[in-house]
Design a protein around this ligand. Structure first.
Ligand SMILES: Cc1cc2nc3c(=O)[nH]c(=O)nc-3n(C[C@H](O)[C@H](O)[C@H](O)COP(=O)(O)OP(=O)(O)OC[C@H]3O[C@@H](n4cnc5c(N)ncnc54)[C@H](O)[C@@H]3O)c2cc1C
Length: 388
């Protein structure tokens, strides 16, 4: 199903396809990608004028624009192909109260922008955009907050509530990303209370589960039991997890057992087990499967077929990041499944950390870059044969 490159790249002109080929050619070579990202980091540090090069390469490939208006062309183009969009302001938050307030304002604007377009039924935010990571860490550890911190925490909760209420009033569903495990415990409890409050009849609020964590399957079981006992619905963005290195490094440094599965195979098993549990409870859970893993997606589809679940079941959604996995997103959309792109946007200078992360992730040894390159080459060849 994911092999049809004509559908996969239907929204890309041949010139754009050649540019994607160039990007993935570099990313699929670990040495070249490492060299490239080091050069970019160095050039930025010594203030060389590299903005233009980054804009026409990494930025155009992984981001939709610098603001809402610029991103709209991409959103509409995707929408024409029945692909939904989630706009994600991919700028790292600072650690000051003004920056959290600025983010709140940005998120409210994105909600207002999303409600004006039928192709954008979701919004998303990172917990660290609304409060200091040190607060989440302290509370997750069970430490007491100092006087000033108590006030700051009240503000964090207020920001969560404000943005969620604004989204729901605008009929937009809202997802909260998962970050490092050491800040997650307090977010879990916050998300549980927010889901209980807002997901009474319909799922509006989503938490995120990272299945590279050893404990998440048990957590999911407990969450399902709780939702049944206390009568609310659950929204789950299901991902593998993006902070593998940082998690393992911290565990080693502070001498505790890493919370992350010891190998990729175990993470995959965990992801698939979570999918299976969610699907058995699908009337009560809205699944938003954020993955580029073809096998995980095929598993869900097989289950849907076996259980005679319609392709556009309102509780099953698939999502990939913009610039990655087009063969999955576009083929799913063509087959009438709910397919979504997570679309980063923001001022180029401020999304640089995101772009460098994408470049590093896509150039890791076990990344999907080679597969992306193989499919792009297949499509270039198909077009050239067709035009003869
Ligand atoms: C729509 C969307 C939303 C996302 N939101 C979040 C989010 O809120 N929080 C977040 O953390 N991430 C998020 N991610 C990123 C996600 O967690 C993964 O990092 C990324 O999608 C790659 O995983 P995969 O399932 O797509 O592909 P795959 O290539 O099948 O899996 C790669 C992943 O497997 C795991 N892995 C790799 N090697 C090992 C190993 N040696 N041992 C154990 N596990 C290993 C890692 O999690 C790695 O990222 C999101 C991704 C998408 C598509």
């Amino acid at each position: 199903m994911f092999e049809n490159t004509k559908i996969a790249f239907s929204n890309k002109k041949s010139s754009e396809l050649l540019k994607s080929k160039f990007i993935y050619k570099i990313l699929s070579s670990v040495t070249m990608a490492r060299l490239g990202t080091s050069i970019i980091k160095f050039a930025i540090k010594i203030r060389l004028p590299v903005k233009g090069i980054i804009k026409t390469t990494l930025f155009d490939h992984f981001c939709a624009g610098e603001n809402h208006e610029e991103s709209l062309t991409t959103v509409n183009k995707l929408g024409d192909n029945k692909v939904f969009s989630v706009l994600d302001y991919s700028v790292e938050a600072g650690s000051k109260e003004e920056s959290f307030e600025k983010f709140l304002h940005k998120k409210i604007q994105t909600i207002d922008f999303s409600k004006s377009n039928k192709h954008m039924p979701f919004v998303v935010f990172k917990p660290s955009c609304f409060g200091k990571s040190s607060l989440f860490l302290k509370l997750s550890r069970g430490d007491n907050l100092l006087g000033n911190e108590k006030l700051e925490w009240e503000k964090v909760k207020k920001r969560f509530e404000m943005v969620i209420t604004h989204a729901i009033n605008s009929k937009i569903k809202i997802m909260v990303d998962a970050e490092e495990s050491w800040t997650q415990k307090i977010i879990d409890s916050l998300m549980e209370s927010l889901m209980k409050k807002h997901n009474q009849k319909e799922v509006w609020v989503f938490t995120t589960l990272q299945m590279y964590r050893k404990d998440r399957l048990n957590y999911l079981k407990k969450l399902i039991k709780k939702s049944k006992r206390e009568n609310f619905k659950i929204g789950i963005k299901l991902v593998r997890g993006a902070y593998l290195e940082a998690e393992n490094l911290r565990a080693k440094k502070l001498n505790y057992s890493s919370p992350i599965c010891s190998n990729k195979h175990k993470t995959d098993d965990n992801y698939n087990a979570a999918v299976s549990l969610i699907l058995q409870n699908i009337e009560n859970i809205l699944l938003f499967a954020g993955t580029h893993n073809e096998r995980s997606i095929s598993n869900i589809i097989h289950w849907m077929m076996k259980n005679k679940i319609s392709k556009d079941h309102p509780n099953i959604w698939f999502a990939q990041l913009y610039g990655m996995g087009d063969h999955i997103t576009f083929n799913l959309a063509k087959e009438k499944f709910h397919a979504v792109k997570y679309i980063p946007f923001g001022p180029l200078k401020e999304v640089l950390p995101y772009l460098i992360r994408r470049a590093e992730e896509n150039s890791s040894v076990d990344s999907n870059s080679k597969r992306e390159l193989e499919l792009i080459n297949k499509e270039i060849k198909r077009r050239s044969i067709q035009s003869r």
